[in-house]
Write a protein that binds this ligand. Structure first.
Ligand SMILES: [Zn+2]
Length: 334
């Protein structure tokens, strides 16, 4: 199995520019903080979230019922639409980071992603008329899944104009609208897939409901997002790169399953096949950003015995729902 290195997908010399763009985004959002909206838990709607973290001027609470972590107060839906249309960080990724790292991303992220989705279709005997990807971004997943020739139709939904245009230039059938405004007929999709999107949304339950409506009977919903109870998020807290101004919802395997069940779907599997947790925490220790002197066990695993136990430790996290990146597969009943 090929290994995934963080520097391949986030080229080091470009990250200073990315940080500047992100700081501009943060300032833009904080200028609008008076219009932020306090919300209940985005998974179970419980009201009494307890303060969990502060980062870059944003506040995150942890739900005592389902342990979802979430930004509250958070930018209103209108502010979020304007934010993603004008985000400096998104423009920077689109212009610099994606082009510089696309081949590494294609090989290490998008091709395995397409293989995994094809594996679900085979395992569950799912239909192959149409796959809809919600949040198609640069279009790389749509390209990879199309190249496999598994589906008769592949549709990308991508509301950001520049990204939708990139998809179009690649010959992908793209709908440049938010999913709430897409007028695809209900039941059109055998698979609805959405990668790293749900954590950005003001109303994730409405989003899952809309995805569920697009599914044909027996169709699969495939979601990926950060696991808010994963290793690097819990060890690093506010220092985790998964915690940022764009991520409003940090579900965990059980709370995301709860959201999906409330939308009438049957959860088939949840997994955390993440590969980067241990490396991300180790890197911060090596860079002196965190001190493992008070964490002798972590020091042993991540520094002293890294060559021997680093890989099996990461595998242990992945195998036990403890990695910070998760996949959920659900099914609409017949
Ligand atoms: Zn909750």
């Amino acid at each position: 199995m090929s290994t995934l290195r963080e520097t391949e997908i986030r080229p080091h010399d470009l990250m200073a520019g990315q940080r500047a763009a992100q700081e501009a985004d943060i300032a833009w959002l904080l200028e609008r903080k008076s219009s932020f909206v306090a919300v209940p838990c985005p998974a179970c709607a419980a009201d009494e979230g307890t303060p969990a973290l502060e980062k870059d001027g944003f506040s995150y609470a942890r739900c005592p019922q389902c342990r979802t972590m979430y930004m509250t107060p958070r930018p209103s839906p209108d502010v979020l639409v304007e934010f993603y249309a004008t985000s400096r960080n998104y423009a920077y990724w689109n212009e610099h980071i994606f082009p510089a790292s696309e081949e590494a991303r294609r090989e290490k992220i998008f091709r395995p992603r397409a293989e995994r989705v094809a594996g679900f279709v085979e395992r569950y005997g799912t239909g192959t008329r149409a796959l809809v990807e919600v949040g198609a971004g640069f279009g790389t997943f749509c390209e990879e899944i199309s190249a496999r020739g598994l589906f008769r139709r592949v549709v990308g939904i991508e509301p950001t104009p520049d990204l939708a245009e990139t998809c179009r230039q690649r010959g992908i059938e793209v709908i440049d609208r938010p999913i709430e405004e897409v007028n695809l007929p209900g039941g059109i999709a055998d698979v609805v897939a959405s990668f790293e999107t749900i954590e950005h949304l003001f109303s994730p339950r409405e989003f899952v409901q809309r995805c569920a409506e697009l599914l044909a009977p027996g169709g699969l919903l495939v979601l990926t997002c950060p696991n808010g109870l994963g290793f690097d998020v819990l060890v690093l807290g506010a220092r985790s790169s998964a915690v940022d101004n764009e991520h409003l919802n940090y579900f965990n395997p059980e709370s995301l399953a709860q959201v999906v069940r409330k939308c009438g779907l049957e959860v088939l599997e949840v997994s955390t096949p993440g590969k980067l947790d241990a490396e991300l925490v180790r890197k911060q220790a090596l860079d002196g950003e965190i001190d493992l002197e008070t964490q002798p066990f972590l020091r042993r695993v991540l520094l002293d015995d890294w060559e021997r136990v680093g890989a099996p430790f990461q595998q242990f996290l992945a195998d036990n729902l403890l990695s910070s990146h998760m996949w959920l597969v659900a099914c609409r009943g017949n």
